[in-house]
Design a binder for this molecule. Structure first.
Ligand SMILES: [Zn+2]
Length: 488
């Protein structure tokens, strides 16, 4: 890779079009994998895991087409597993090219891919012990050794600079909000002496976060691939600050503990910052806040190492960091976690897993759910049939929840803090497009449920008078053909 500030002009003639093939995140929100074929070479934008229902997860076991050994490079928008989590399997299947992304994305991938391999090993072990899998022995999709190998292929790129790949085309990373390191990716190709640019939005954030800086739009592009997660929805306009203060205050008044199941990356840092902000404003008292998650602690360190990704006006680095609540503690060992379980309130405990499907939060819930003075507060999306969703929707009416093979009575308060999504909603996505000075001629809407993709595609087609393509299933398109014919 050579780096330069000027837009690079290639010296040889090219005549080929660019082929774009959506292999995943087509009519669904996971398995982001988009193939870009240029001058007969394969490149992949994102290499994500399919997650959620079993029918989707099973796709991770299928052999990747085309053969990963034929893929020259991977470009990653960000570290979430639905965008990066297939990489170790990709390595196992023969990929040996480079993986380009921001430094923040590399730092988070170290944490998230290692955790992913660890959970897969635990699942396989559990399946073998209980013989509940139809495959015996059940095997993990990949191992920690494969994670370590694939991490050696990473090559971080500076943002907002043009870099040349294989002497053939240029790439630029543009801050997209969402989480630390997240970027849109702009690729520039030379097609018959004309520069054509193709932008992948990646997951787009918004400017209401207390931690991550809002997204930047590209200057211009000829074709755009945009995510549609909230393409047909608006986030609830509630005051998250006020709501959190109310819930915290009534819990503390009861002498209770506020238990927050949180995702290590993003949501944990946002919650810590919110608590500190409310303390500084005198809206909640200063009580001990325990981060009971080694993984979230590592993710917080990565967050602090990338000040460029932060909201301005508040320093999250150094001793003066305004990220941490006044009485902040981290519990790393399982002994410390056990001690935290026994602590008397008022207290805040933040522990994973975010959807309560495992992790240290289970111990806290098991111990405290039977007591009405405590509160469990959901701050993130709870997937269908997760324990979190059950607790959120049914546990109060049904009266109990099963944790570690025991029925636990649910007397504690169950609350939800909405509107903390790291994704922009419909209005944010429209605003992001409207800030592109030279609008694309074609827009591909992917990464969403079918209804979201369809509605979003129609709406942007109408409002910007741009040809749009709802990507509802895996399929390929040809871009930038000289004669103007648009084969699909
Ligand atoms: Zn994401």
């Amino acid at each position: 890779v050579t780096e330069h500030d000027e837009r690079h002009v290639l010296s040889f003639n090219t005549h080929m079009a660019v082929e774009l093939a959506f292999l995943g995140a087509a009519g669904t929100v996971t398995g982001s994998r988009t193939l870009v074929i240029y001058k007969q070479k394969n490149y992949l934008v994102d290499c994500g895991l399919f997650q959620g229902p079993k029918t989707l997860r099973e796709l991770n076991w299928k052999k990747f087409e085309p053969d990963p050994s034929t893929v020259s490079a991977v470009f990653l928008t960000h570290a979430h597993l639905d965008h990066s989590g297939y990489l170790p399997k990709f390595y196992r299947e023969g990929f040996r090219g480079k993986i380009y992304c921001s430094q923040g994305t590399l730092d988070l991938c170290r944490i998230l891919l290692a955790d992913s391999a660890k959970l897969m090993a635990e699942d396989a072990k559990y399946a073998n012990e209980t013989r509940h899998s139809k495959h015996y022995p059940a095997l993990p999709l990949y191992t920690i050794e494969e994670v370590e190998k694939v991490l050696e292929l990473f090559y971080p790129l500076e943002k907002k600079h043009w870099h040349t790949i294989n002497n053939e085309f240029d790439i630029c990373l543009i801050h997209s909000g969402h989480i630390t390191g997240a970027c849109s990716i702009e690729l520039q190709f030379k097609i018959e002496n004309e520069i054509k640019s193709l932008v992948f939005s990646g997951d787009v954030g918004h400017d209401r976060s207390n931690t991550v800086r809002g997204p930047e739009s590209p200057e211009s592009c000829d074709a755009l691939v945009i995510e549609s997660t909230y393409g047909n929805r608006e986030h609830e306009k509630v005051s998250v600050d006020e709501l959190l203060a109310e819930i915290a205050n009534r819990t503390f008044k009861r002498g209770g503990t506020l238990m927050i199941p949180a995702f290590a990356v993003g949501r944990t840092q946002e919650i810590l910052r919110l608590i500190r902000k409310l303390e500084d404003q005198g809206k909640i008292p200063k009580v001990p806040v325990i981060l009971d998650s080694p993984m979230a602690n590592s993710a917080t360190k990565v967050f602090m190492a990338h000040p460029d990704d932060h909201q301005k006006g508040c320093s999250f680095t150094g001793n003066e960091s305004c990220l941490f609540p006044s009485l902040f503690e981290v519990s790393l060992s399982t002994d410390e976690s056990f001690v935290a379980c026994m602590r008397e309130g008022p207290l805040v405990i933040i522990a994973g897993a975010g959807m309560v499907n495992g992790g240290r939060i289970l111990h806290h819930l098991k111990y405290r759910l039977p007591d009405p003075k405590h509160t469990v507060l959901f701050v993130g999306f709870q997937a269908e049939s997760s324990k979190g969703e059950y607790l959120q929707k049914n546990a109060k009416t049904l009266g109990n929840v099963r944790i570690h093979h025991k029925e636990i009575p649910v007397e504690a308060e169950v609350a939800t803090l909405p509107a903390l999504s790291a994704h922009g909603d419909y209005n944010d996505l429209i605003e992001w497009i409207s800030k592109i000075k030279n609008k694309p001629k074609r827009i591909f809407c992917n990464h969403g449920q079918a209804e979201a993709i369809e509605e979003f595609s129609k709406k942007i087609g109408d409002s910007f008078k741009i040809r749009t393509h709802p990507v509802l299933e895996p399929r390929a398109y040809r871009l930038f053909e000289k004669n103007g014919s648009q084969h699909e």
